[in-house]
Write a protein that binds this ligand. Structure first.
Ligand code: ARG
Length: 417
């Protein structure tokens, strides 16, 4: 038996059948995100899950996936997601959700998100390394989901947005990822990396959904963030900073973080700094709509709705301003605040706020890939990249909403939807 097994493996390896034979994906149209051109009659040829060629004729004798009725795009990327939580876990309900339960939610949401066309996701904050388990489970083929880059638990100050302020003092609860002061913060960076983090997420300012803090107020100091960034970069990890507040955004950029999450109250100086340092701005604009319409019903705190009513409209305005001034932008939605799978609804909102469709799509492909440090493997349909692509109806450049109804998804050269 054993001998036979070895023979079969050897035979397959010799004929190239073992590791995913070649596949030709025929596209009616193909969006070249770099040039912004919609090209006709192209076939994407993949070998072992990687794009080998994009050519005008289909090579003979290999399996064909026929998308000739559709437009192909690179698989989409969401750089700000929380796959292990759902909107109903908001406010005090969150206290009843165990880490194992969060991991199970992650399995559910990873699948939903992949089938919605997001083949790569950066998960920025999860309790108890549930995101590390999810990433490893996907990579091992146990469950299906996007390629994941995960942060583990988000670092923050005592009482800040990344702590948990819901319980009364006699419960003595502090989130395990709290670290005050430069050296404690450095130690925490080392610790989350030890337990599997691909990047570091920090809370530079207060937030909307946390209790008792203010989105505009700084939390981590410049000195603490400099320590975090130095340590993270030394260990080859990027840093994503939650920052709504004007001062925190500037401090975080000066400290050298790689992306600003939310970016709500950014001013002209902050935009200029982002351009100068090539720091990506991530505006989770779709959240505002969801929080104002459904926040109370899913259990968000009344104070959170109050904070959102001020922060949301400012974020819209500053998104428009930052775009006009040419700041680097990547697509991130904060999934989990709103229901997973609705990620692509943010495209229509971004274009309504004045962004060109091609720029909204670039934010979710080539820009996002660069922010992740994966520009050589995702975010474009080019040789050497993973064969991750989606098929949609019609022309996404004249109607970005078509991205909300993805017809087919290919990850690693395999049809998953
Ligand atoms: N997680 C974020 C926070 O609690 C959500 C902010 C949503 N609001 C917005 N306008 N994007 O701060």
């Amino acid at each position: 038996m054993r001998f036979l097994g070895v023979l079969v493996v050897m035979a397959c390896a010799a004929t190239g059948l073992l590791h995913g034979a070649d596949t030709a994906i025929r596209c009616g149209k193909l969006l070249d995100v770099r040039s912004g051109e919609l090209k006709s009659g192209l076939t994407v040829v993949s070998h072992d899950g990687t794009i080998r060629d994009v050519m005008s004729s289909s090579p003979a004798g290999i399996a064909v996936i026929d998308f000739s009725a559709y437009t192909c795009l690179p698989g989409l990327i969401d750089v700000h997601d929380h796959l292990t939580s759902d909107p109903t876990d908001s406010g005090y309900s969150s206290l009843g959700v165990s880490i194992p339960r969060q991991t199970v939610k992650g399995v559910k949401n990873a699948r939903i998100t992949l089938l919605a066309g997001f083949t790569t996701v950066r998960n920025v904050g999860a309790d108890g390394f549930s995101d590390v388990a999810l990433r490893d489970g996907i990579n091992a083929g146990d469950v299906i989901g996007p390629r994941l880059l995960v942060s583990g638990p988000a670092l923050g100050i005592t009482g800040g947005h990344c702590d948990n302020n819901l319980l009364a003092p006699e419960f003595h609860y502090t989130a395990p990822s709290v670290a005050d002061g430069p050296w404690a913060a450095r130690t925490k960076v080392r610790e989350v990396i030890k337990f599997g983090a691909d990047l570091i997420k920090i809370c530079a300012s207060g937030g909307v959904l946390s209790k008792g803090d203010s989105p505009g107020a700084p939390q981590y100091s410049l000195e603490e963030m400099q320590a975090i960034v130095t340590e993270a970069h030394k260990l080859g990890r990027k840093v994503a900073a939650h920052a709504h507040g004007t001062q925190s955004i500037k401090d975080a950029i000066r400290a050298g973080v790689d992306s600003i999450e939310h970016s709500s109250l950014i001013d002209d100086e902050g935009i200029a700094l982002a351009k100068q340092h090539h720091t990506y701005l991530v505006f989770d604009t779709y959240n505002h709509e969801f929080i104002m319409q459904h926040g109370i019903e899913v259990g968000m705190l009344p104070e959170s709705i109050e904070k959102e009513s001020h922060v949301g409209p400012m974020q819209y305005e500053n998104f428009q301003h930052a775009y006009k001034l040419g700041a680097p932008m990547a697509f991130g939605t904060d999934g989990g605040v709103y229901p997973h799978g609705e990620n692509a609804r943010q495209f229509a909102l971004m274009t309504k706020l004045g962004m060109k469709p091609i720029d909204a799509i670039r934010a979710a492909t080539m820009n996002a890939a660069e922010l992740l440090g994966w520009a050589d493997r995702v975010g474009a349909l080019e040789p050497g990249h993973f064969a991750d692509l989606i098929a949609v109806d019609g022309d996404p450049l004249s109607n970005v909403s078509t991205l909300e109804h993805v017809r087919a998804v290919v990850k690693n050269g395999e049809l998953v939807k």
